[in-house]
Design a protein around this ligand. Structure first.
Ligand code: NAD
Length: 366
């Protein structure tokens, strides 16, 4: 993945393909020439339903994309005998950017997570999940506006597990200075380009003194280069409590892989649930855009999945492709529909289906 004009991935914290823009997503200097080709992975479960919604909204926003549709995950295993078919990898190597639905990963059995595999393969080291209170969506929490930045390539997700003896297994937690420095710099750069004031490193270095201790030392080292951004640290258990008692105390959260995964879902709960939080995986040379939520097997195929997270993920893709104006219009349309509160899905007490909410967003765009 080497097509991007951005020199260093850490500077991609501005998250544009193209020239670095220190106003985050606002500028359009990085606008891709011609029609961009993007790998489209509908995914498993509710994936095809919500990804279809995102594609329709992008089209309605007037942005032309040459989608290269590819299968991955359980559906690819059934069709091609592999959850990561060669043609998928070839497509990603060429386009270097994808919009991806969730992929099924069985609990305690089956193949390893394809999501983790793709993030590692393409060195998409930074997982970014903006979490914001949505007007019209009622929750016990007000004024939540934070960004989860999760290291994406190591930690317990390295997948090194083995049986030492019958009844005794080990899972190896890998933390390196290189990956920790990269993600810390990404978080501070993101904070700066998005006009955020505080980075909080979340850890368990009181127990994992070596691994989390190293992560923390790297964050401290990087923080010294960003005197304009406040830096704090919090132990992960206390941070979880604070997130639900005083979420406004957080701005940019910097976490290792596992804590980032767990805290992301907790944060989604602060703003109405998994149906609302978009996400992106950035590397130095490419990006995969995907929601925080999984395949939602309990509601798959019923046409009731909330498409907002996927639609907003599509807006993040447009920012990256240099179509920030269209991304902003999509976000504004989603906000307008949710604020009106007439067309909402059952996850927040409504009766509308995925297609109804998608159509309402498209109407609000016009
Ligand atoms: P999940 O996110 O799929 O679902 C958790 C709960 O949230 C369910 O009750 C579900 O109905 C609800 N939910 C999720 N998305 C929703 C939406 N758009 N609208 C309304 N409700 C929604 O998590 P899970 O059940 O723990 O995982 C199911 C599968 O998804 C597993 O195989 C897991 O490995 C996979 N997964 C994949 C990804 C990914 O591909 N990035 C991420 C998380 C989980």
């Amino acid at each position: 993945m080497a097509r991007s004009a951005v020199k260093a991935g850490v500077r991609r914290a501005g998250v544009h393909r193209g020239t670095v823009n220190h106003d985050g997503r606002r500028g359009a200097r990085g606008k891709a020439a011609g029609i961009p080709r993007v790998t489209l992975i509908p995914g498993d479960g509710v994936g095809p339903e919500v990804i279809d919604a995102a594609v329709k909204v992008i089209e309605a926003a007037g942005v032309k994309i040459d989608w290269d549709r590819q299968l991955a995950g359980a559906i690819a295993l059934r069709r091609f005998g592999s959850p990561v078919p060669e043609q998928l990898l070839d497509s990603l190597k060429t386009t270097k950017v994808a919009l991806k639905g969730p992929l099924e990963t069985r609990v305690g059995e089956g193949y390893r997570s394809i999501n983790v595999y793709l993030r590692k393969l393409f060195e998409l080291y930074a997982n970014v999940r903006p979490v914001r209170t949505q007007a019209g969506v009622h929750t016990p929490f007000r004024g939540v506006d934070l960004v989860v930045i999760r290291e994406n390539t190591e930690d317990l997700y390295a997948g090194i597990e083995y049986q030492v003896a019958p009844g005794v297994v080990e899972s190896v937690k890998i933390i390196t200075a290189r990956a920790s420095m990269l993600i810390a710099r990404f978080a501070f750069e993101y904070a700066r380009t998005h006009h955020r004031h505080l980075v909080t490193a979340i850890h368990k270095a009181n127990i994992m003194k070596l691994s989390d201790g190293l992560f923390l030392k790297c964050a401290q080292r990087v923080a010294r280069d960003y005197r304009d951004i406040e830096y704090k640290e919090q132990i992960v258990d206390a941070a979880c409590m604070r997130l639900v008692t005083d979420p406004q105390a957080f701005d940019v959260l910097l976490l290792e892989n596992l804590y980032g995964d767990i805290v992301s879902d907790l944060c989604a709960g602060l703003v109405g649930g998994l149906g609302f939080v978009p996400g992106a995986n950035y590397g130095k040379h490419g990006a995969i855009f995907e929601t925080v939520h999984g395949t939602a097997p309990d509601i798959a195929g019923k046409g009731i999945a909330n498409p907002v997270a996927a639609i907003k993920t599509g807006a993040l893709l447009l920012d990256y492709l240099g179509h920030a104006g269209a991304g902003d219009r999509i976000r504004a349309a989603v906000d307008a529909v949710l604020r009106a509160g007439r067309v909402v899905t059952p996850d927040i007490g409504g009766k509308a289906g995925t297609a109804d909410l998608t159509a309402a967003v498209i109407r609000a765009l016009k």
